[in-house]
Design a protein around this ligand. Structure first.
Ligand code: SAH
Ligand code: SF4
Length: 351
């Protein structure tokens, strides 16, 4: 699609036109990546972060957060619970740290998960900006996918959302390094940010195409009261952000066809059935939270995170029922590698 075509879809206003866009994107998903919904169990392993992103509730300077970090045994046991319960894929996510203690903790956890599951668990990591060497070590230890959102593809907007020592260029470099090393590449943006225009969002979709991402994880921006950006979000409109996020999912599906797209938890924060809406607008991945209930309330990137008092078992059952209610089927036991990744590799081989 041209930039103008993307923009005109994101600007649709009439309810029936928007509904037709979602239907079309849902059909397109069924044709291009099939009817199954893939699960990624989310393990939020630490809220300690050296970064200070202006939008995020666990940023370094938020002194009201009680910090936690899981040990290797806790991470491995969560992963093995997932394995026993039919998950073929998990996501390890945390605040950013680049010290050797952290890098080797992750390396050990990855190696143990790989060993105990006979290499059957597809592990995505989402641990921020790291050196090439660290990305290499984690890949060698068993990770196969990396999720690093660009947050916004507009460098000026990126600057407004981060302190001056955070760099758009470095984030972009990390994405190129990850791809170069052979990771399945996931990226995404926040939607409905202060200062963000619809044109910026249209450019984000073009960015996903150009970087040739295999997975897209994007969701609405939701203010957190203890962050500098919350002051700029006084006119936050949950309904508008939800709609804009669903439109972004639909247009990303139409533009990118064979990638995996997540219906993220932040959608559910804005509406009780937000994730189901995401699936019906073109997403094909859901990320049930497996984090121990004692840690969940401490990993609060934004206000109103749902299901804080539920455990992994409850999340699994709840999600299963929700997905069934849509008439769709969960692909238990199937890691659901993005078709886009397989095609990308084939393309590279023939070049
Ligand atoms: N530290 C890692 C991973 C954890 S943060 C990283 O930054 O990549 C994961 C994602 O949470 C971020 O990429 C960001 O897009 C999202 N996030 C942070 N604060 C948010 C907010 N207030 N609303 C919505 N999403 C938010
Ligand atoms: Fe840290 Fe990620 Fe939050 Fe930024 S978005 S403050 S890197 S956890």
């Amino acid at each position: 699609m041209t930039g103008a075509a993307i923009l005109s879809l994101l600007r649709l206003e009439k309810k029936e036109d928007i509904a037709a866009l979602y239907r079309h994107a849902h059909d397109f998903r069924l044709k291009n990546v099939g009817p199954k919904v893939y699960l990624r169990g989310l393990i939020e392993l630490s809220n300690t972060c050296v970064k200070n992103c202006l939008y995020c509730g666990i940023r370094r300077d938020n002194k009201s957060v009680q910090r936690f970090s899981m040990c290797v045994d806790e991470i491995r046991e969560s992963a093995l619970w997932a394995h026993r319960n039919g998950y073929a894929s998990i996501v390890l996510q945390s605040g950013e740290r680049a010290d050797e203690e952290f890098v080797s903790l992750i390396e050990t956890a990855l190696a143990q998960i790989s060993e105990k599951t006979g290499g059957k668990m597809a592990v995505t990591i989402s641990l921020g900006e790291q050196s090439r060497r660290t990305y290499e070590r984690w890949l060698k230890a068993g990770a196969r996918r990396y999720l690093l959102r660009i947050e916004t593809s507009n460098p000026q907007l990126y600057e407004k959302l981060h302190p001056s020592d955070h760099s758009f260029a470095e984030r972009l470099d990390c994405l190129h390094t990850l791809k170069d090393l052979g990771y399945q590449l996931g990226t995404g943006v926040m939607i409905g940010l202060p200062f963000q225009t619809v044109e910026n969002l249209a450019d984000d979709i073009i960015f996903f195409r150009k970087i040739d991402a295999d997975m897209i994880g994007m969701g609405p921006y939701i203010p957190h009261k203890d962050t500098p950006l919350a002051a700029g979000a006084a006119d936050f409109d949950a309904e508008r952000n939800l709609e804009l996020s669903l439109k972004m999912i639909a247009v990303a599906r139409l533009e990118l066809a064979d990638v995996n797209i997540a219906a993220t938890t932040a959608l559910q924060t804005l509406h009780p059935t937000g994730r189901e809406m995401g699936l019906l607008a073109g997403a094909n991945v859901v990320m049930p939270n497996l984090t121990d209930t004692k840690y969940r309330p401490l990993y609060k990137l934004y206000e109103g995170k749902p299901c804080l008092d539920e455990n992994a078992e409850m999340c699994r059952n709840c999600l299963e029922n929700r997905i069934k209610s849509l008439g769709e089927e969960i692909a238990y036991g199937d890691p659901g590698d993005p078709l886009h990744f397989r095609r990308r590799l084939r393309r590279q081989t023939y070049l």
